[in-house]
Ligand binder design. Structure first.
Ligand SMILES: O=C(O)c1ccc(O)c(O)c1
Ligand SMILES: [Mg+2]
Length: 646
């Protein structure tokens, strides 16, 4: 199907928005009136710009507070509409959105609303324009899609149809099955948005917190299926009001938006194939014939009034879910502080890259690459790449590419083993690996020469999870990326209090928990915790591992006594157990099923720190309840070392 995006969903000037939408591969746009008013381009120039970019203007919007008002006011509204319809011809837009009225003067009278909309549609028809009437969830008298449709039906005018907006429908809790009672040719437009579920005042919710499908909690795919069963043949158009997207760069937001529609179409297609085919009302592919406007002076080529025929979603290769971490790669100018920590944790340097200053440090199945040959940003050591074990590295990369992930060159140097890799939204390079499976392809170990043996002592077994703080304006994008591109499942988001802000965190994982990534966004983009990244190592005995680390002369993050007093009040411990945790700085958490989590932290080097973690009894969490204590302790350490100039 054709895809479209409202300019309100992207940041920047109208020109920047159009360019970003076109580059991301959208077919068309909804032009928001404010974007047009603020643009130095004339409507004809905007039309030409869109044409140059290969974009159609699928909708002009919104017109507000038109219907069911006193006669004199309605006369003024018609005058306003005449101007806008003229503008739309210049713009090459054939459909205008009319929102249900929020005017205090509007009356609760469906017959009057229908009569006014019919009159409006009559005028619109003279200009070759169609009216799509949309129920705003906070409309004064019309706030549900079925009510808007009843009025459209009563008006009975060929140039009047309805606009469905998934936000207004799903935020009101309306039953989307009723959509199938609307003939597809009377659905003039479909706007899609998701939103997080915790409800608030619906207007604030809509204006600030909409997000792209797959990023929130609505069943947008379910709604789209109902719409498609009517025979609707217009575009799938994203209309997302979101404070973050309004500020972030338009180009990545547009790509994020397109990825969400690709994943949505995949979901709709897949689910549809599993069900018995739904009865489809055949959709007329052309709107009702419209008389050209006699008043228009402009000898413009008429805007394309024919929606493109329904085309199948281009096939997206099936998800190839990663089955473990192959490695994590840290880049740093000075290896010693990091390798000092790794050595104290029990890691040994086991291999060296054949041609680059990259060392492999290993313990159990945990592998850390320390790279001193790459460009390091101002904030020091950082995690630059992650190797994911993949049952089909090429297939994983093909899917990533189909979902618009930037595909990286397969070889970083001519002599390297070819590896499929893509970039995550935060720039982390993700390598799809088949460690030990195929020496010619996807076995990154082929580039390394053994220089030692991993320690035999029991300690770290593998990487348990990565915690990656995302740039604040890429958080929702990152969650959708990991879900759609990598096929990981996303858990609900949790809020973690930091001394200087609130961090939203959402974990993504594979079904058996061998790949877990906690994505976090900080509240204050200037604060250094915002950029922190950590690698958590799984151990079967966190107390022994912590002791060994400390005995090697490395300090663990000190945790305040108050934390342990609270633990004592909360849980019963065996004799001496709590004292051990207190002595070592081990944090403790228990889930409802009695599973437990014990974990402790190293100091931070650049952006990076390590965690030792022991899960028992099937605990699947990350210790979110302990995170505020950990964050405060890290602040305290940073402040203290700043005071001594360290
Ligand atoms: O918030 C609004 O006013 C508004 C305007 C136009 C729309 O299509 C919409 O869904 C909401
Ligand atoms: Mg809308």
């Amino acid at each position: 199907m054709r895809t479209s995006i409202a300019t309100v969903s992207l940041s920047g000037t109208l020109t920047e928005k159009l360019t970003a939408a076109a580059r991301a591969g959208f077919d068309g746009v909804e032009i928001f009136e404010n974007d047009l008013l603020a643009s130095p381009l004339t409507p004809r120039e905007i039309r030409a710009r869109c044409a140059d970019l290969g974009l159609t203007v699928d909708l002009y919007q919104p017109m507000r507070d038109i219907e069911a008002v006193p006669a004199e006011l309605f006369a003024r509204n018609l005058r306003r509409a005449r101007h806008k319809f003229g503008l739309m011809r210049e713009l090459g837009a054939d459909t205008v959105l009319v929102c249900s009225s929020v005017d205090p003067e509007a009356v609760d009278d469906d017959a009057l609303a229908a009569a006014h909309l019919r009159e409006l549609a009559d005028l619109a028809q003279d200009f070759g324009v169609r009216i799509a009437y949309e129920a705003l969830a906070w409309g004064r008298h019309v706030s549900t899609y079925d009510h808007a449709w009843r009025i459209v039906e009563a008006a009975g005018h060929p140039a009047l149809g309805t606009c469905l907006d998934s936000f207004h429908i799903l935020s009101r809790g309306s039953d989307p099955r009723g959509i199938e009672d609307i003939p597809g040719e009377k659905i003039f437009f479909l706007q899609l948005a998701d939103a997080p579920l915790p409800a608030m005042d619906v207007l604030q919710w809509s204006r600030h917190h909409r997000c792209f499908p797959g990023q929130g909690g609505f069943d947008v795919a379910g709604l789209v299926r109902h719409v498609l069963r009517t025979g609707y043949a217009g575009p799938l158009s994203l209309e997302v009001f979101n404070d973050v997207f309004r500020q972030a760069e338009a180009a990545p937001t547009a790509v994020d938006a397109r990825r969400s529609l690709l994943a949505l179409q995949e979901e709709v297609g897949t689910a549809e194939a599993k069900q018995p085919p739904a009865p489809l009302t055949p959709a007329p592919l052309t709107p009702a014939p419209l008389t050209p406007a006699p008043l228009t002076p402009a000898p413009l080529t008429p805007a394309p009034l024919t929606p493109a025929p329904l085309t199948a979603t281009p096939a997206i290769p099936a998800p190839v879910v990663p089955t473990g971490f192959a490695f994590a790669e840290l880049v740093t100018a000075d290896a010693e502080p990091l390798t000092g920590l790794l050595g104290a944790l029990g890691f040994a340097r086991t291999a060296r890259h054949r041609s680059k200053p990259v060392d492999l440090w290993q313990q159990g199945e945990a592998r850390i690459l320390v790279n001193t040959g790459a460009v390091v940003r101002r904030d020091g050591a950082q995690l630059a790449a992650v190797g994911l074990e993949s049952p089909d590295p090429g297939g994983a990369a093909d899917r990533a590419e189909a979902l618009l992930a930037p595909v990286l060159p397969r070889r970083r140097a001519p002599e390297d083993a070819p590896l499929d890799a893509v970039a995550a939204p935060d720039g982390t390079e993700l390598f799809f690996c088949g460690t030990g499976r195929d020496a010619r392809h996807s076995d990154w170990r082929a580039d390394f020469e053994d220089v030692g043996q991993p320690s035999a002592a029991p300690g770290v077994r593998r990487i348990d999870h990565l915690a990656l703080t995302q740039p604040w304006h890429h958080f929702d994008e990152a969650v959708l990326f990991h879900r759609s591109v990598l096929g990981l499942d996303a858990e609900d988001s949790v809020d973690v209090a930091d001394p200087y802000g609130l961090q939203r965190s959402r974990a993504v994982s594979n079904p058996d928990g061998t790949v877990r990534i906690a994505l976090t966004v900080g509240a204050a983009p200037t604060d250094d915790t915002v950029h922190a990244q950590h690698i958590a190592f799984a151990t079967d005995d966190v107390v022994a591992a912590a002791r060994r680390f400390r005995d090697a002369g490395a300090p663990l993050l000190p945790i305040p006594a108050n934390y342990y007093d609270d633990l004592a009040a909360r849980y019963e411990f065996a004799d001496g157990e709590l004292e051990t945790y207190r002595e070592l700085g081990i944090l403790y958490d228990r889930d409802e099923a009695g599973g437990s989590l014990r974990h402790c932290y190293t100091r931070t080097v650049g952006r990076v720190f390590f965690e030792l973690l022991q899960r028992d009894g099937g605990h699947r969490g990350y210790g979110a309840r302990n995170a505020p204590v950990r964050l405060a302790a890290q602040h305290a350490v940073r402040t203290a070392s700043a005071l001594v100039g360290g």
